[in-house]
Design a protein around this ligand. Structure first.
Ligand code: SF4
Ligand code: MSK
Length: 636
């Protein structure tokens, strides 16, 4: 028994979320396994993998670099192996984000007046069409949407020339990318180029491998930007909306449906289906009071941004949500879904429903979702969840007590709108951006930091995010956030304006009060990091500056996915220094570290910085931004 207590304590020390600690105790009592338990089994992780010096790129391998074997069988050294592995991480991330964008683009092609998918933002569509060089005239809005969809699909496989989305960067950035040979030609091509260049017997030059990875990551930025823009066009540009966060949102006698994964196409339909009177009545018929939808990971972020749908938890809480025993259905699409959910849900009444052919999971209930029968599919899935309510076993239910409230929905238009005292606004000239620039230039706000990304079992869940964010806002740095970092902030009350006085420095608290914003702004899902780059670019353009001149930074203090590596790399390529709280697997090559954490600064005006101590990471960010301020103020 002593050993069991010890195991529980060890697991509970791996998270700072109090609800999660309660659920880990329940997991032990229920005899079910979680990531935290599995992590205990991984006392020592593979040193070769951690350093990025294991190569499996051909059948002669695996080859591992050590003092005794300094080269792989083909002669690849540690720099080549680390560089290839890094570039492949960029490609994995770019593939995921851009395939998400491809699905959104196909959905745009299916839009019809009165159909399941419609155009909610015709002006945004027209602006984007013009940007892509499509004549708008007085075309029917749906004809225009279909033309935009075709043009966006060209971004994936344009046979000649370069991506039209390059023009979303400043002219200076475009020139620099051209000079470095990292302009994106087409998204799929950049992914293929990385896979080709990293095949055995191809690229064996670390500098070239990093730049090839960077070009592919810029492809990730192109895909993410398309994903964000088209989602806004079809589902509406987010504006401030109230929400609640943490596992307690599952409390009560409602049918609980959790939406987990990344894409808004299915989940938007689930929202619409669950609001239908027939579904509400069905829920009552089975003895529930109603239906609660909540989200985990970025599907949740997409929904909370546009509808205020509650945030059940972050990446590390997906298993814990099921362990509450109160979830009728966990519906997933793609990315960041633990395969363990299949076995775990057999211990409870939860239906674990997979919906995408790209993310089939053995042991799940597979209900394939098709965009052309979207509403019918969504209704079938919601009905399945409702009918499962009768199987809820009260003796297995324990929903932890804590939840927070917050205001989310800060798209670029919403942020600038707030600063101009209107709801959402077009960002079209210096006038609309001026209030934002003024608070930055006056020093009332010292800088803006994007704190984004995942949870990583290498750090206690949420610790780095929360520590870093609190340090930054205490010192008058405005934090913008996406992904699971946003969930952490929401869970801890940092998305409430009322808490600015408690947590923010005087300057930031005053701005929050004056313009009615919380000290931490939720900008959306992982693809919505494109919003952060967009704002930085617009501010730089309106000031006639370059992005590296701005007092801004990016950070992923608990990153874990390949997508995060691709994001970090495109943020650096855009000229924004990026601070990581977990070391990527590159330390096996001194050259990789020198380039990624140093030499890139000379090439693109920014680089990576790593510190696994969150307080020190915050200090690095703040010191570096403060060092930029005199130059910024002088240019201003
Ligand atoms: Fe080994 Fe070279 Fe094959 Fe990699 S590519 S597994 S280093 S022989
Ligand atoms: S969901 S990629 S754990 S942020 Fe976008 Fe969260 Fe990271 Fe997945």
């Amino acid at each position: 028994e002593k050993k069991d207590i010890n195991v529980l304590e060890q697991m509970q020390n791996m998270t700072i979320d109090l609800n999660s600690k309660v659920m880990l105790e329940k997991a032990e009592k229920d005899g079910v396994e979680t990531m935290y338990k599995r992590k205990l089994g991984y006392k020592v992780q593979c040193g070769f993998g951690l350093q990025g010096i294991c190569c499996r790129n051909c059948g002669m391998g695996p080859c591992r670099i050590s003092a005794k074997t300094p080269r792989g069988l083909c002669g690849a050294d540690e720099h080549t192996i680390v560089g290839r592995n890094y570039a492949r991480m960029c490609a994995g991330g770019a593939a995921a984000h851009s395939d998400h964008a491809r699905d959104i683009t196909h959905t745009l092609a299916l839009t019809t007046p009165g159909g399941d998918y419609q155009i909610k933002e015709p002006e945004k569509l027209k602006d984007f069409a013009q940007f892509l060089g499509i004549e708008v005239g007085d075309k029917d809005i749906y004809d225009l949407a279909h033309e935009v969809a075709e043009e966006c699909l060209m971004e994936f496989g344009r046979p000649f020339g370069t991506s039209k989305m390059m023009k979303r960067a400043t002219q200076a950035r475009q020139d620099l990318w051209k000079e470095l040979g990292i302009e994106v030609r087409a998204i799929d091509r950049e992914i293929a180029t990385v896979m080709h260049a990293t095949h055995i017997g191809c690229c064996a030059d670390i500098e070239s491998l990093v730049l090839t990875g960077m070009r592919c990551s810029l492809g990730d930025w192109v895909g993410s930007s398309i994903g964000t823009i088209l989602s806004d066009i079809m589902f509406g540009t987010p504006k401030p909306v109230h929400t609640e966060a943490n596992l307690n949102v599952l409390a009560g006698n409602n049918v609980n449906i959790i939406l987990h994964g990344h894409e808004p196409t299915l989940s938007e339909m689930i929202v619409a289906a669950s609001e239908l009177p027939e579904m509400q009545e069905l829920a009552k018929e089975v003895g529930a009071d109603g239906i609660t939808l909540s989200g985990i990971c970025c599907t949740g972020n997409e929904l909370t941004m546009r509808h205020g749908i509650k945030i059940a938890g972050d990446f590390h809480q997906q298993e814990l949500a099921i362990i509450t025993g109160s979830v009728e259905a966990m519906i997933v699409d793609v990315q960041c879904i633990f395969p363990s959910l299949a076995e775990l849900s057999t211990h409870y009444h939860t239906k674990f429903i997979t919906t995408s052919p790209k993310a089939r999971i053995t042991g799940s209930q597979y209900m394939e979702f098709h965009e052309d029968t979207a509403m019918e599919d969504a209704k079938t899935i919601v009905r399945e969840a409702i009918m499962n309510f009768k199987n809820r076993d009260a003796s297995k239910v324990l929903v932890p007590d804590l939840k927070s409230e917050g205001v989310v929905g800060f798209s670029e238009n919403a942020i600038v709108g707030k600063l101009n005292n209107v709801v959402n606004t077009q960002i079209d000239d210096m006038d609309t951006l001026k209030p934002l620039i003024d608070v930055l230039a006056s020093g009332v706000i010292r800088g803006v930091v994007g704190v984004v990304g995942c949870n990583n079992a290498k750090t206690p869940s949420n610790y780095n995010h929360l520590t870093l964010i609190k340090e930054l806002i205490k010192n008058d740095f405005l934090v913008v956030t996406t992904g699971c970092g946003a969930s952490v902030a929401a869970k801890n009350g940092l998305m409430l304006k009322e808490n600015a006085k408690k947590y923010a420095g005087k300057g930031l608290a005053t701005v929050c009060e004056l313009v009615d914003i919380p000290p931490v702004l939720h900008l959306g899902s992982c693809v919505d990091n494109s919003r952060i780059i967009n704002i930085c670019t617009l501010v730089a353009q309106s000031l006639g500056m370059e992005v590296p001149d701005l007092p801004v930074a990016g950070s992923a203090p608990e990153w874990m996915s390949e997508k995060a590596i691709a994001i970090g790399t495109y943020v650096v390529a855009n000229g924004i220094d990026t601070y990581l709280g977990v070391m990527p697997p590159v330390t096996g090559s001194s050259r990789a570290v020198e380039i990624l954490c140093g030499e890139l600064k000379d090439k693109v005006g920014a680089c990576f910085h790593v510190n696994e101590d969150a307080i020190e990471l915050a200090k690095m960010i703040m010191d570096d931004i403060e060092a930029k301020r005199p130059h910024f103020e002088e240019l201003y």
